[in-house]
Design a protein around this ligand. Structure first.
Ligand code: DOR
Length: 434
């Protein structure tokens, strides 16, 4: 038995918050918690000054494996996840080959089982992510797909989208959508009309790219009474559309990324291509609308969109030609504390729900709670500790982060998956034996 002692347990899965010890059984499952001193075990982890929460769940991560393993692979992605406090991830399907066959999906899931975190995978909605022909969703569902998506691309053909949504719903698997209509985008990843776009002499990506797709897809999902997730929302109009759609069809959900609630379009002026991301960072008004959406439950999932790219790729000139995306697994918790909890927008419990039980519930994953009998996936973090992000901070193979040089609150001290330590930082004492 292992006792995580002297911490503050916050479990959004059950709503429990209190200064208690947490007991883990030899089977890697949670036994329960009780006031300090009441439980005993042969091994003890001292979590003094720390919050003890369910391991974080990221439902939007790119581990680039197969095909782009010079950026990340299943192993380095898992190390980055563990260092960021994540114990469960759903991988995005824009790999090479893309995850549009049972063979590729099975390969990822079986290699993923060898990693210390729990790895799930998305599969593509359409063959080759072409948007034209719906995949054999039934076969992909049986092979273990957690979600269907052509991430990085919307499904422009309405008939294809309707057919896919109906089929996915009959299989009980959600569809998640990257909502950017290319007809409104001249150069992607940079907000149209921003100072950055003007200084680069480009048009950029117009907000209508997102608004038009969210409008169409929430309308169709409502008509079909279907389950649907809008990915990484970036505009205030998009948030409003989801808010109104959810009031009529509660099966519509949305995710936000830490970058979209932390940064604005001006980050491109200071950090260049590191802040180039699809959909782009937008205005302060949009950023605040996303935070408001997180507060009122319109957006109920924080997902990282961890998108590693090499230094060479991100150094391309002019910068708008560099690929979009930034890594996020190792900064998401800190940014959520800094931008949501510290300014008083959300209580720690509510912020953690967005990172744990909400994504787990939506995707029906066995994660996101410290209830007795649950898998002992746990993050132990010091919310008050401050750390400066450097290139060397990252366990990811890539370090394309615009947060390098920033001092952020929140340090993950230890991460456990199935009751086993899979990450601990240098200052953490580790297990002592009784
Ligand atoms: O900026 C992005 N990069 N957004 C996405 O949706 C995909 C991602 C990638 O795969 O690099």
């Amino acid at each position: 038995m292992l006792l995580i002692a002297n911490g503050t347990i916050i479990d959004p899965g059950t709503g429990f918050e209190g200064k208690e010890d947490l007991l883990i059984g030899d089977d890697g499952k949670i036994v329960g918690h009780a006031p300090y001193g009441e439980l005993t075990a042969d091994r003890i982890l001292d979590a003094s000054g720390c919050i003890v929460a369910p391991g974080l769940v990221d439902t939007h991560s790119h581990f680039r494996d197969p095909g782009f393993t010079y950026k990340e692979d299943l192993h380095t992605g898992s190390l980055a996840a563990a260092a960021g406090g994540y114990t469960t991830v759903i991988l995005m399907a824009n790999t090479k080959p893309p995850v549009d066959s049972v063979e590729t999906l099975t390969d990822i899931l079986s290699r993923g089982k060898k990693e210390a975190i729990h790895i799930y995978s998305a599969a593509n909605v359409t063959r080759g992510m072409s948007g034209r022909k719906v995949n054999d969703l039934e076969a992909l569902a049986h092979a273990g797909a957690s979600v269907f998506t052509d991430d990085g691309k919307p499904i422009l053909d309405e008939a294809v989208f309707r057919a896919a949504l109906e089929k996915a719903n009959s299989l009980g698997i959600p569809v998640s959508l990257h909502e950017e209509d290319p007809q409104y985008i001249r150069e992607n990843g940079i907000n149209a009309g921003s100072k950055a776009a003007l200084s680069l002499h480009i048009t950029g990506s117009d907000r209508m790219a997102e608004i038009s797709m969210v409008e169409r897809d929430t309308r169709i999902a409502e008509e079909l009474g279907a389950r649907l997730l809008i990915q990484h929302i970036s505009t205030k109009e998009g948030v409003d559309l989801v808010r109104r759609a959810r009031a009529r069809n509660p099966r519509i959900h949305a995710e936000a990324t830490p970058q979209h609630f932390s940064l604005t379009e001006d980050a491109v002026l200071t950090t260049g291509s590191l802040a180039k991301v699809n959909p782009p960072l937008r205005t302060e008004e949009d950023r605040l609308a996303i935070i408001h959406g997180l507060q009122d439950g319109t957006i109920d999932i924080i997902a990282t969109d961890h998108a590693p790219h090499s230094t060479e790729e991100k150094s391309v000139t002019p910068l708008w030609k560099a690929p979009s995306g930034m890594i996020g697994l190792e900064t998401a918790l800190s940014l959520s504390i800094q931008k949501l909890v510290e300014p008083g927008y959300l209580a720690m419990m509510d912020m953690l729900a967005l990172l744990t039980c909400n994504p787990a519930d939506y995707y029906r994953l066995p994660a996101g709670t410290l209830a007795p009998g649950a898998c002992a996936d746990i993050v132990i973090f010091d919310p008050a500790a401050r750390r400066t992000i450097t290139k060397d901070s990252f366990h990811s193979k890539s370090h394309n982060s615009p947060f390098i040089g920033e001092e952020l609150p929140g340090a993950v001290r230890c991460t456990l998956a199935s009751g086993r330590i899979i990450y601990q930082d240098n200052s953490f004492g580790g297990i002592s034996k009784k």
